[in-house]
Design a protein around this ligand. Structure first.
Ligand SMILES: [Zn+2]
Length: 345
């Protein structure tokens, strides 16, 4: 595993709509690891193997993360913010944050007090970021309205093969799709293989829409993270029994294609790999939902990395699960054939 590249991605800010720095790192890294590497107007990076093959398989992992956006500046110089994606506002007070400005990162502290810490109804609009500015004018010398904000956290190795960091959702997915594509190239995939690190999944889904509309894949595998039931009392009846460290997760829901799931299962069996199953009763809440409805319709499946504490400052995942996802998806790519029949009967 290229842990250095993974950690580099996880250390980079990529709030939805502001993914360019991260996408550029992926673009540079993929040079020579695919037949073609391109970027579109939104910043979606597409790496392709066999781009002239008629049957196309798209792997989509989103590069964006949740966070905050500066909405106003108070007369005291503190930044006011709105939420970008599904944040937990109560996780911010007392934390260090990074504000991504056009001149680089400006650091800040999120105001906290006994009063604030007791407010369980806290909203993003209640947060105040102290960047050390003397007043509004001073703050606006460094920060612009619309700048994005993340927790100022590091990625760390925990015991065993676990890692912790901000927004593993879904930068691990973007990493996995690129690594799986490179591996499929080495192993001699014959169909058209496309890996995209998409923008905007946490907010608008625009990256998946642009990418799929242009590539026009025959099938898609969305690669994202999923909740686990191995802690915090999440019940297994609704979404399944899923643990960190027990392998990639395959999803059953009304729109996910059963033949793609069957192929994923047979690839896992071939690799002697344990996989897990989750259930979604409607939409998956991933890029898969978006790709599914592009063009003439795209059959899709979802491969997820088990993740604890999703959308918190310290999410936890397993490096083995991440490597297993890479191996499973590269095996899937080399198992796809030009004449795959996906009709159910
Ligand atoms: Zn995600």
């Amino acid at each position: 595993m290229n842990e250095e590249f993974l950690f580099e991605l996880l250390s980079t800010g990529s709030v939805s709509g502001n993914e360019a720095e991260l996408e550029k790192k992926i673009y540079d890294h993929m040079q020579g690891r695919a037949d073609t590497v391109s970027v579109d107007e939104l910043g979606n990076v597409t790496a392709a193997v066999n781009p002239s093959a008629p049957f196309k398989v798209l792997l989509a992992g989103h590069a964006d993360e949740i966070g905050l956006m500066v909405s106003a500046v108070g007369s005291d110089g503190c930044l006011m913010v709105t939420h970008i994606g599904g944040i937990y506002p109560t996780t911010y007070p007392g934390h260090k944050v990074r504000v991504y400005t056009k001149n680089g990162v400006v650091y800040g502290a999120v105001a906290n007090s006994r009063e604030i810490s007791k407010n369980k109804e806290l909203e993003a609009s209640d947060l105040r970021i102290d960047i050390g500015a003397k007043d509004r004018e001073d703050a606006l010398r460094y920060v612009e309205l619309g700048d994005t904000v993340t927790f100022d956290t590091d990625v760390r190795r925990l015991l065993n093969d676990r890692i912790s960091g901000r927004a593993l959702d879904d930068r691990v997915g973007a990493y996995i799709v690129m690594e799986a594509l490179s591996k499929a190239k080495e192993k001699g995939a014959t169909v058209g293989c496309y890996a995209v690190s998409t923008t905007g999944e946490e907010t608008t889904g625009n990256g998946a829409y642009f990418s799929a509309s242009r590539i026009r894949p025959n099938v898609c595998i969305a690669v994202d993270v999923t909740y686990t039931s191995d802690n915090c009392g999440i019940g297994i009846a609704e979404t399944g029994d899923v643990s960190v460290g027990k392998g990639p997760v395959i999803c059953n829901n009304p729109s996910i294609h059963k033949k793609l799931n069957a192929l994923l299962r047979s690839c896992a069996a071939k690799l002697n790999m344990d996989i897990q199953t989750e259930a979604a009763s409607g939409r998956t809440g991933t890029d898969g939902d978006t790709v599914h409805k592009t063009g003439i319709g795209v059959p899709f499946a979802l491969v997820s990395i088990p993740l604890r504490y999703m959308h918190n400052p310290a999410e936890v995942a397993s490096l083995k699960d991440i490597q297993d996802c890479i191996d499973l998806l590269s095996e899937f790519l080399i198992s796809c054939t030009q004449d795959m029949d996906l009709k159910p009967f």
